[in-house]
Write a protein that binds this ligand. Structure first.
Ligand SMILES: [Zn+2]
Ligand SMILES: [Zn+2]
Length: 164
C-alpha cells in the first residue's frame, strides 16, 4: 500500500469515533429542503413566514412555518408548547446543538424559549427541531412528563435557555 493511501486510511480511522457521534446524533438541516407538514393534520403550508421586525421576543427576522388549518380550526388541540396555535416549526438552527437529546424522530431536538404572551415568558423548553413529532419537555434534563414519572424523577424546576 502506498504511504499516501495508508495515511488516508489512518485519517479515516481517526475520524471514525467522531463520525459515530454524528451518526448517533443526527442533525436536521436548515433551511428545510422540503416544507414540513403539520404533525396534527398533515397539512403542508404553502408559504414560509418571517417574524416581524418588531417582535418582542428577540425573534425578529426568523423564518417559521405554521399550519393555517389548525390555526383557524376551533376544534384543534392547542399546541402543547407555548407557541401560537397551529405552530409547526422554526426554519433555522437556533437552539439546535449536537449535544441536545433526541426527539421521537431520532434527531437532535431544539431548545426554545417561551414567548412574552405565554404563561411563563422566557422559560426554556425542548421541542422537535422540525416540528415533525410531538416531543416536548420543560425539564432541564429533557425528559418528557411520562419519562420523568417512570423514572420517579423529582421536578427539576425548569430552566433558562442557554443556547441563544
Ligand atoms: Zn394542522
Ligand atoms: Zn421530532
Amino acid at each position: 500500500m502506498s504511504s499516501e493511501l495508508s495515511n488516508f486510511f489512518q485519517s479515516l480511522s481517526i475520524q471514525e469515533e467522531e463520525l459515530e457521534a454524528w451518526v448517533t446524533n443526527l442533525q436536521p438541516v436548515f433551511p428545510m429542503q422540503e416544507k414540513p407538514s403539520c404533525r396534527r393534520c398533515d397539512y403542508k403550508p404553502k408559504y414560509r413566514n418571517t417574524v416581524s421586525p418588531h417582535n418582542p421576543n428577540g425573534n425578529a427576522g426568523r423564518l417559521y412555518y405554521i399550519c393555517i388549518k389548525c390555526k383557524t380550526d376551533q376544534d384543534c388541540e392547542v399546541s402543547k408548547t407555548d407557541h401560537q396555535k397551529g405552530w409547526i416549526s422554526w426554519d433555522d438552527d437556533r437552539g439546535v446543538h449536537p449535544s441536545n437529546q433526541n426527539c421521537d424522530c431520532g434527531i437532535v431536538c431544539r431548545q426554545d424559549r417561551a414567548g412574552e404572551n405565554s404563561s411563563c415568558p422566557g422559560r426554556g423548553f425542548w421541542t422537535c427541531a422540525t416540528g415533525s413529532c410531538g416531543y416536548s419537555s420543560y425539564r432541564k434534563d429533557g425528559r418528557t412528563e411520562e419519562e420523568a414519572k417512570d423514572a420517579k424523577a423529582a421536578p427539576d424546576g425548569g430552566f433558562e435557555p442557554w443556547l441563544f
